[in-house]
Design a protein around this ligand. Sequence first.
Ligand code: ARG
Length: 289
Amino acid sequence: MTTITTRRFLQVAALSAASLLLAACGKKAETPAPAPVASAAASAPAPAPAKVYVVGTDAAYAPFESQNEKGEIVGFDIEVVQAVAAKAGIEVKFVNTPWEGIFNALGQGDRDMVASAVTITAERKGTMDFSDPYFDAQQLIAVGEKSKVAKFGDLKKLKVGVQTGTTGDEAVTKLLGKTSTNIKRFESTPLALKELESGGVDAVVADNGVIIHYVANNPGGKFKTVSDKEFVPEQYGIALKKGNTELQGKINKGLADIRADGTYDKIYTKYFGAPPAKAADAPASAASK
Ligand code: ARG
């Protein structure tokens, strides 16, 4: 009797141990697969609300980004990103973001992208990633109609306005020196240009597209522009948080798609009056940068 009981006990014990083991195994097999999002999406057809990518832009930079009378953010960059997003199948929302702090917002994850006529520079590449280039630019000088300035070097002893932390600021800082009190830094490029109009500065150095647009739309300002081959060619890219290769891939694919199907040229022509010069914006030349 005792033996039977013992045997039975052992059988039962072995069985329950085995089932425990099985249960444990089953659990183990399930827990480490933390793809609940993917599996839920696969089994339940109800789509999770799509992520809306937040795009930071300093919307005081016409024709690339500005606010219209209704307060909507509009411009070349906006339309490019919208077209790219449509191709990439992602949703985007633009948030007006002051230039100073725009890259911090990106780094902290408050913005998923920065589309703000951002020049791709080696220094910035240290702290953020970029899409492929989507626009060619160069610094341009704005001066009063009667100014004698004929080249960048002529600004050396003059008061020069720039937007803080831009590539224009960098170029002028290089020419005038880090400690120069003749560099007047402004929170936005239009503010620097207003200061030129009122005589507070002798010149403004900023991206060509913005200066040309401003001068054309402010005939009362009595400006002229001076170009100089000394300014290095620049290219705009969409800035992304460092390491965000997934989004980078989507954007680059979208950019390639809108170039291929003519959407890019259409947007370009809308804003700049003619399609881009072929060699200047060819993705091949851009990719080698
Ligand atoms: N391209 C220049 C830079 O990257 C100026 C860009 C300023 N953009 C703007 N939306 N304020 O430094």
